[in-house]
Design a protein around this ligand. Structure first.
Ligand code: AHR
Length: 320
């Protein structure tokens, strides 16, 4: 965005007497990954709502899990001359060229919920959780829960090459590093989907004495955990009791599983990445204020002691 364009936008905000809302004629492109999980669906709904609340015209592009579609969408937004671009990058690498094109067009880019391996000056800010911490919180919960008992863990990883898959694995491994009794016996991607989570868990169960040798299942998101829970039940075992279930996101379905005694812990990931992103964009366009490079959302642990029915009720209307 040119300096003059920014000035014009600021002037229209002042003329409208808006103190926090962005100029009503602001157009923002949003390149979303797809709809692989309940959390992703909620992030899409919340982003649309946040845009509407602020009078922003949101141009939405669903990449159906493909980076090439995201790059195409971003190039389309640049060609249309949008005022800013939000992107949830499916994988970490391969963004430098298109982000450089956005920078040359003076269009600020904000990353949502996942990171990129690219120079930091190519994006305005990144709104995401501390994904290493999420993995660590899950691992610490497991370490505390099993104590000194021997515990073979199976791990369902997120999409290969995505920052949450890389970082949630790292954080979990860090948390159990000093615990010789806890080992990750098997680890495979379930691509953040329920169907893949179930399929991969079926394989783990077969390979581990029908599941009798598995003490815990750690999934990088709740959707894969929900799929895995079904596989555990189909194998004649009790999820949550015979095999501990710990995952990340805090979507309504995992709270329903907790109510049923079939899940033990989840780490919350807010679907509202767009609120902080639009606030940062607002301040940048109005006053030229550079936001923090990394805006970090909270990572709170929930267990069955945290009123799972209430948490389910609070979240179920949010577009999950
Ligand atoms: O990038 C965030 C992750 O992507 C969420 O944990 C997962 O559910 C989603 O698909």
């Amino acid at each position: 965005m040119t300096f003059l364009r920014k000035l014009a936008l600021s002037a229209s905000v002042i003329a409208l007497g808006c103190s926090s809302a962005l100029a009503a004629d602001l157009t923002v492109g949003f390149s979303q990954i797809g709809s692989e999980s309940g959390w992703r669906a909620a992030e899409t709904s919340v982003t649309k709502l946040e845009a509407e609340k602020r009078g922003i015209e949101l141009k939405f592009a669903d990449a159906q899990q493909k980076q090439e579609n995201q790059i195409k969408a971003i190039r389309g937004f640049i060609a249309q001359g949008v005022d800013a671009i939000l992107v949830a990058p499916v994988v970490a690498t391969g963004w430098e060229d298109v982000l450089t094109e956005a920078k040359e067009a003076e269009i600020p880019v904000i990353l949502l919920d996942r990171g990129v391996d690219a120079p930091q000056d190519l994006y305005l800010t990144s709104v995401a959780s501390d994904q290493v911490k999420e993995g660590r919180v899950a691992g610490e919960w497991l370490a505390t829960t099993v104590g000194d008992k021997p515990c073979k863990v199976v791990e369902l990883q997120g999409t290969v090459g995505s920052t949450p898959a890389i970082n949630r694995k790292k954080g979990f491994e860090e948390a159990i590093a000093g615990k010789a009794n806890i080992t990750i016996a098997r680890s495979q991607t379930g691509d953040f989907t329920r169907a893949k989570g179930k399929e991969v868990m079926e394989g783990f169960l077969k390979a581990e004495n029908g599941g009798k040798d598995i003490c815990a299942m750690y999934a990088h998101n709740d959707d894969m955990a929900v799929g895995a829970i079904q596989a555990i039940k189909d194998a004649g075992l009790k999820p949550g009791t015979d095999i501990l279930v710990v995952s990340i996101d805090a979507v309504p379905d995992i709270f329903a599983a907790m109510v049923a005694g079939e899940a033990n812990a989840t780490v919350e990931l807010t679907p509202n990445m767009a609120g902080p992103a639009f606030d940062a964009l607002d301040a940048f366009l109005k006053d030229g204020k550079q936001p923090e490079k990394f805006i970090i959302t909270e990572s709170k642990l929930y267990t069955p002691a945290d009123n799972p029915q209430g948490e389910y009720d609070n979240r179920k209307g949010l577009g999950y």
